[in-house]
Design a protein around this ligand. Structure first.
Ligand code: AHG
Ligand code: MN
Ligand code: MN
Length: 338
């Protein structure tokens, strides 16, 4: 039986190795990093899939069958990523949503040339109701890659343009990892029966436009009038039937951006009276998501400049975020610039 026309079966590890072969100067350190990172993701995925059961099997509200305290999933995800990544010798520092300060590599382990930033669990408010969650991540090279000392705040506060790799994991009806090193976006789907992420979409490009929008419209009266006018416009029926746009909002940025990546449209978390700088965090939410969307042919802005061009000034700084298909973002900008 002929099998020549079947697509290549390829795991994420093999894909990363192949990408490394394109860079003769590569030392393989990054390949190890990604390997350890996807191991942490496998552990988080397992915990998420059992989240409902942990309660049922627990002896008390806070104890599981092993008599251990049931940790909140976002704390669990944070710890697992840190513990999988702190000792491989390739990172010099980490930063994440759950840690106020920089996360240092323990003294006993060697330091490397990469920096990891991450949101261990995105969409925390959806954990208890079985709705899609995510993990967001980005890797930078430290400012002086020859150093083997602890990384510094300056190493973390680099603009998104400097990301060497970024992506997100979406724990949905299946678990997928969407990943880019700046050479297109690839999608890997997790097969839990063999414990592997398999390449399912190569060089994904997003639609140029779609009539779908995603925003927490409950904040309407706290928005500025230009943004209100844009929302009014996209909801007003037009003779060509392109409007009204349809509203889709999960409340997990990873899920909302993932839908936009596939179907097109726009996801927005603007500034409002209660969130003067928006709600989402620049370094470990907006930047990695924006890198993916740009690589797929879309756009991401804070309303003034591209998200990836913002020079961060603090680890947990927030930013307004408007992200999606090129034509949708351009249409919004006409209102914001009016
Ligand atoms: P996190 O769970 O990491 O704190 O992030 C939640 C974020 C993001 O995922 C989502 O888009 C946004 O919060 C939703 O905010 P609202 O509930 O204000 O709409
Ligand atoms: Mn988040
Ligand atoms: Mn989070």
């Amino acid at each position: 039986m002929a099998v020549q026309s079947s697509p290549k079966l390829i795991t994420i590890d093999r894909h990363i190795n192949e990408e490394q072969d394109l860079h003769p100067e590569a030392t393989g350190e990054f390949t190890f990093l990604l390997h350890d990172f996807t191991f942490a993701i496998r552990l988080i995925e397992r915990e998420i899939r059992r989240a409902g059961l942990t309660d049922i099997l627990g002896l008390t509200e806070n104890m599981n069958v092993h008599g251990e305290a049931v940790r909140k999933l976002d704390q669990f995800a944070y710890e697992v990523i840190y513990r999988a990544m702190d000792h491989n010798g390739n990172l010099c520092v980490m930063a994440c949503e759950e840690s106020k300060d920089l996360m240092k590599i323990p003294e006993r382990y060697p330091k490397g040339k990469y920096v990891l930033v991450f949101d261990p669990l995105d969409g925390s408010s959806n954990i208890d109701v079985n709705i899609t969650l995510g993990t967001i991540f980005g890797f930078y090279k430290r400012l002086d890659p020859t150093l083997r000392t602890d990384g510094t705040e300056e190493d973390v506060l680099q603009p998104g343009r400097k990301l060497v790799a970024a992506g997100y994991v979406l724990y949905g009806s299946s678990t997928v990892m969407v990943y880019t090193t700046g050479h297109g976006v690839n999608v890997f789907t997790y097969d839990p029966t063999v414990g592997e992420f398999l390449l399912t979409k190569r060089h994904l490009k997003m639609p140029k436009w779609n009539n779908q929008y995603s925003v927490n419209e409950g904040h309407y009266y706290k928005w500025d009038s230009k943004f209100q006018k844009y929302i009014d416009f996209i909801k007003t029926p037009s003779p060509d039937k392109k409007r009204p746009y349809s509203l889709r909002y999960v409340g997990t940025a990873v899920a909302d951006v993932h839908r936009v990546l596939h179907y097109g449209g726009i996801f927005m978390y603007p500034a409002d009276k209660s969130h003067p700088n928006g709600k989402l965090r620049l370094i470990y939410e907006a930047n990695p998501l924006s890198f993916v969307i740009e690589q797929a042919g879309g756009k991401a802005t804070n309303g003034e400049i591209d998200i990836l061009d913002i020079v961060p000034t603090s680890i947990h700084q927030r930013t307004p975020l408007f992200i999606g298909s090129e034509d949708n973002v351009n249409e919004l900008m006409e209102f914001l610039n009016s």
